[in-house]
Design a protein around this ligand. Structure first.
Ligand SMILES: *Cc1c(COP(=O)(O)O)cnc(C)c1O
Length: 796
């Protein structure tokens, strides 16, 4: 394996010459007069020039071969500089070279804004897949949207979340090439725009492969309407321009919950239409000899990342029928062999449906096509003797609502969930009716994360340690090799090293948190971290309620045996999700009260991280002792944050949910902390569940819940804490009390925390558990996941 890898040798002198030259050329300044930002952009240019040849070669080589296309409305890429240098195998060398001319790499790295073109796990998964596909030499191209504004920046003001715009490319974009000549025209019912592709190179890890992430930007079809301009109707002329640019202006900040807006469907249709046109056009250009469209699926497989890109299905049919004269039924057959669908959640509020009138307003021809598919489907069921009622769950259109998941299932070769339990729930419950008639389509692909970004780049200490202990860095190509670390489980010196690495990482994080949040934390305390989007099902409020109760107990009993602990939370709430924002306010208020209390703040600290994002995560995961993964069983499809923590040697404190289950399976339940009800139990008690009983019977629960309304905590008259209180024991307007079972799981959660607190002092045993987790994290490499997609679904 290793011998095959064409490590790109770095000619140091040449690189340096090019770099200085680029720096002076783009700034028109002498080296000494350039700013750090200039230095960052010149470095991007120099790297882009270096990879240009390989990139073109890869594009050319794969012109006529079968490829996978990953269609996703989100790619949460984060920063690219460090990762690209790692994947080129020149990270250390470049750092040294810069050092020689007195440039501090870390300071110029900070000039890169995160490309936050995604909300959370789903978008980050797409980015990890791009890294893994290139690293495994799989020809997979990404297609998505180039939002001008990424996910909002989160400010915390007086404990409240405040959203700010994220114009991430305002100073330029060092990692994209605008490919004007591949622009497409996208027609909506009432508007025609130009889709301009921006290509980002996706570098394989030290293997010379460069795949492409193609993101489309919406621009006016005609730049300026001079007839308006000449008549001095300047406003009218720019109006059209703005209307076109609006389509890709901003990423919808909803995680999980669907957003039923015209503009949202326009975004989806925009990038799907441009992408489909791109594929069909290239097919006609490069496959002249094989040009019956029946062979299209021989060369293309399109993986749909959740429901957002499903409108690509009717769009392919439209392009085949309307623009290439193919008969409708033939077009349907071709399309059916081209698509594969990944489901990401079983939460009802996320399964996308579009009202007929909105679809008609945006892309009426797509509605026609969907209606035809639906009619045919219903006809087939009737021919088989099914009653109207029995057909209902299968209908793509019902009560003038288009159910996108049903469309995708009918029209795909494969339907997959993203962790074992999740796929089981899809088969047994969510899509059970489909599973019964087409079981062969259903399969599982447990998510993964790229070890390059989430270990090699972000945790250099641990990475060097592993290479040192295994005697080579083969594990970076095949993460299963980490298993060999198990030979050190009884080696006291090695266990001590593990603890030392974690300690150094914690000191780094403590410094960073002091800088960013202005809070002093103690690296000798347990770092217990929960970072992810804020949502009721993820139960950050369970974590906080427990902290409140713990605070009260320490306060009452100052001599209580307690290992000092720092609780760190972070994450963004959708701007319109009141209760999620209430959870943020609560976390900040609890942090304020505890951190200023001299009776406890030597033992207990609480930090709410402002603006959690990929680049902040890169500092948090390596420093965690405990990974909080406490979603209500059955609700988290997979989770990938859990995998990042595991790979960095944190122990999981988690429920039987999503990929947590597989983490426990691989690393051993005895090396992690499991708590809470399983999904079967919750299903069986759902209708009879009475949170009030738990509240009255358990004084710790009562203590924590009451503090929401006792006046001890101040929500600045926002009624946010009352809202959380009511959601738990006093439901309003048809809502069910505590539908995420916080009070049911509270006692168990408290006990497992006590166990952690006690066991942490046995530092050697703890290190052994950490090592056991690291050594068994190989399965959670997205290299494994992407190879499974390639083998089982894409057949490439
Ligand atoms: C990994 C990641 C996520 C997903 O976290 P979960 O805990 O799986 O929900 C969300 N946001 C960012 C920035 C991430 O890096």
């Amino acid at each position: 394996m290793k011998e095959e890898i064409m490590k790109i040798k770095l000619n140091k002198n040449k690189f340096m010459e090019d770099y200085i030259e680029n720096l002076q050329r783009i700034t028109l300044k002498n080296f000494e007069d350039t700013s750090d930002k200039d230095k960052y952009f010149a470095l991007c240019d120099t790297i882009m020039e270096r990879i240009n040849q390989e990139w073109r070669d890869c594009k050319n080589k794969t012109k006529k071969t079968k490829k996978a296309y990953y269609f996703s409305a989100e790619f949460l890429v984060g920063r690219s500089l460090g990762n690209n240098l790692i994947n080129l195998g020149i990270y250390d060398e470049v750092k040294e070279l810069l050092d020689e001319i007195d440039i501090d790499f870390e300071s110029i790295e900070n000039f890169e804004d995160d490309a936050a073109l995604g909300n959370g796990g789903l978008g980050r998964l797409a980015a990890c897949f791009m890294d893994s596909a290139a690293s495994q030499k799989i020809d997979m191209y990404g297609y998505g949207v180039r939002y001008r504004e990424g996910l909002f920046k989160q400010k915390i003001e007086n404990g409240f979340q405040v959203e700010e715009g994220d114009h991430w490319i305002k100073d330029g974009d060092g990692w994209s090439i605008r490919v004007e000549s591949d622009s497409k025209i996208v027609k909506f019912r009432d508007q025609t725009v130009k889709a301009v592709p921006y290509d980002m190179p996706m570098l394989g890890f030290e293997n010379g492969q460069v795949n492409t992430l193609r993101l489309w930007q919406s621009e006016p079809f005609e730049e300026f309407d001079f007839s308006y301009f000449n008549n001095f109707q300047y406003d009218k002329a720019v109006e059209e321009k703005n209307r076109a640019e609006d389509i890709t202006r901003v990423l919808y900040p909803n995680d999980i919950q669907r957003e039923g807006k015209v503009l949202r469907l326009k975004q989806q249709y925009f990038f799907c239409s441009a992408s489909i046109q791109d594929l069909v056009e290239k097919y006609k250009k490069y496959f002249e000899n094989d040009l019956q469209f029946e062979n299209f699926p021989k060369y293309h497989v399109i993986q749909l990342n959740d429901t957002h890109p499903i409108v690509a299905i009717p769009e392919l049919i439209r392009v085949l029928v309307d623009e290439n004269g193919i008969d409708f039924d033939r077009a349907v057959e071709i399309t059916k062999k081209t698509f594969a669908f990944t489901n990401h959640t079983v939460l009802q509020e996320a399964l996308e449906t579009w009202p007929k009138d909105i679809m008609l307003e945006v892309c009426p021809r797509c509605f026609d096509i969907i209606e035809k598919i639906n009619d045919k489907l219903v006809e087939d069921f009737k021919a088989k003797g099914l009653s109207e009622e029995a057909i209902d769950p299968y209908r793509i259109i019902r009560y003038d609502q288009i159910r996108m998941a049903n469309l995708a299932i009918v029209m795909s070769i494969s339907v997959n969930g993203v962790a074992k339990l999740h796929t089981k729930i899809l088969k047994d419950d969510t899509f059970n009716h489909w599973y019964k008639i087409m079981p062969e389509k259903f399969n599982n692909k447990t998510n993964g994360i790229t070890p390059r970004r989430w270990l090699v780049y972000s945790n250099i200490r641990l990475s060097n340690f592993i290479t040192d202990k295994l005697g080579s860095d083969d594990w970076k190509y095949d993460l299963n090799k980490l298993k060999e670390l198990e030979k050190y489980l009884e080696d006291d010196k090695v266990l001590e090293e593990i603890n030392q690495i974690k300690y150094e990482n914690k000191k780094d994080l403590a410094r960073y948190i002091l800088e960013q949040e202005n809070i002093v934390i103690n690296p000798d305390s347990i770092f217990d971290i929960q970072i992810k989007r804020i949502h009721e099902y993820k139960r950050q409020h369970l974590n906080i309620l427990h902290i409140i109760n713990l605070y009260h107990r320490i306060k009452k009993n100052p001599d209580m045996n307690f290992y000092p602990t720092t609780f760190i939370l972070g994450g963004k709430a959708a701007p319109g999700y009141f209760r999620a924002k209430a959870i943020i306010k609560l976390a900040n208020e609890v942090a304020r009260v505890i951190n200023k209390d001299p009776d406890v703040n030597k033992k207990l600290k609480v930090v709410f991280i402002e603006n959690y994002r990929v680049s902040y995560g890169e500092k948090l995961f390596p420093a965690a002792d405990i990974s909080e993964q406490i979603s209500t069983a059955g609700k988290e499809a997979s989770g990938t944050g859990n995998m990042k923590f595991m790979l960095n040697g944190a122990l999981t404190l988690g429920t039987y949910d999503g990929a947590n289950i597989e983490i426990f399976e691989k690393a051993g339940v005895e090396n992690n902390y499991i708590f809470g009800a399983k999904v079967e139990e919750l299903n069986s008690i759902r209708d009879s569940y009475s949170p009030k009983e738990y509240y009255h019977k358990n004084s710790d629960i009562k203590d924590a819940v009451d503090s929401l309304v006792s006046g001890e905590l101040n929500d600045d008259n926002s009624y946010m804490f009352l809202d959380i209180y009511n959601s738990l024991i006093n439901p309003q307007g048809g809502e069910k009390a505590d539908s995420y079972f916080l009070l049911k799981d509270f006692e168990d959660y408290k006990k497992v925390h006590e166990k952690i607190n006690e066991e942490y002092s046995d530092r050697k045993t703890w290190a052994r558990k950490a090592l056991k987790n690291i050594a068994n994290a190989g399965y959670f490499s997205s290299d494994r996941t992407i190879l499974e997609y390639a083998k089982d679904i894409w057949k490439i």
